[in-house]
Design a protein around this ligand. Structure first.
Ligand code: PZK
Length: 286
């Protein structure tokens, strides 16, 4: 890390250049809710997300190449191949939530996909849909149609990104569903390598890049509890916070409950005790 050049900060992650070909992605323990980063950390959250992402990268390599080169012993840092990132967010939705639900309610469509009439909030879609979005430099990503996305990346790239995104989502959603977690939707970021091949980058299939719902509480017709952030959301609602910066400090019981939920998601999905991951992060790559 001594000679790594800081390239940028996400809400809860940092990006460094290691050399011309490699980047270091570092996941912090910061948590955001209602788009605001809270002043209180969730211990081990960065390790949980890094481990989960690496777990999925290792298990989806036959579906799609990815940027993961190495997991560092701290469990929160990954060395990645440096890519040319596509200027679109590749979102797949298996259920109707968030902006998908909002768009459906007003237009009957999501990103140009006409959906059956009469769907309720959080309903499962007949088939997962690819709903690309632009990368907003500040503020919120904006949903775009497939035609708009194809204009940004080229028709062939678009078709490939769509096919890979749906395949990755389908694999992970089936895997998670068998372990009691619904992955309602997820966001992928792809880039191209020097040979022009499409490669999956960023983090993948984590609770920060996806909506994870507890399957045993699934009840369409309203918003679903978040597998990971529900204690934080409930606490924030109860304080009467207006959801603008700065957010409230979290009490110790909310921190502990939230940490336990992240670890539960990790252990349910990977089948690996989180303590084993902390001892040796390489266990998720097996
Ligand atoms: C890349 N980001 C998002 C911003 C973060 C993450 N493999 C890659 N090659 C080139 N660029 C990126 C990646 C990846 N992943 C990712 N921006 C560029 C981002 C700020 C902090 F942790």
């Amino acid at each position: 890390m001594t000679d790594a050049v800081h390239l940028g900060s996400g809400k809860v992650r940092e990006l460094y250049a290691l050399d011309a070909e490699r980047l270091l992605l570092v996941a912090s323990d910061r948590i955001s809710t209602f788009d605001v980063v809270l002043p209180t950390d969730i211990p081990d959250k960065g390790r949980v997300l890094t481990g989960l992402s690496a777990f999925w990268f290792a298990r989806t390599r036959s579906l799609c190449a990815n940027h993961l080169l190495a997991l560092r012993p701290d469990g929160r840092s990954t060395e990645c191949r440096r890519l040319q990132m596509l200027p679109i967010e590749c979102v797949v939705r298996g259920y109707l939530a968030g902006s998908g639900w909002k768009d459906y309610r007003t237009t009957g469509e999501v990103c140009g996909h006409r959906l059956p009439a009469g769907l309720k909030e959080s309903d499962k879609l007949p088939t997962p849909i690819f709903t690309p979005a632009t990368k907003a430099t500040s503020g919120h990503d904006e949903n775009i149609t497939g035609a708009q996305a194809a204009a940004l990346v080229g028709a062939e790239r678009f078709a490939e990104a769509e096919r890979l995104s749906i395949a990755l989502y389908q694999f992970a959603a089936d895997y998670a569903r068998a372990r009691g977690i619904i992955i309602a939707d997820t966001k992928f970021e792809f880039g191209t390598d020097r040979d022009g091949r499409l490669v999956l980058g960023d983090e993948a299939l984590t609770p920060d890049s996806s909506r994870f719902w507890p399957a045993d509480q699934y009840a369409p017709g309203g918003a679903q509890p978040s597998f990971d952030k529900q204690y934080v959301r409930d606490f924030c609602e109860k304080t009467g916070w207006n959801k603008t910066y700065p957010g409230p400090e979290l009490p110790t019981d909310v921190v502990a409950g939230t940490r336990a939920r992240y670890i539960e998601a990790f252990e349910r999905l990977t089948g690996i005790a989180f303590a084993r991951y902390v001892d040796n992060p390489q266990v998720v790559l097996g």
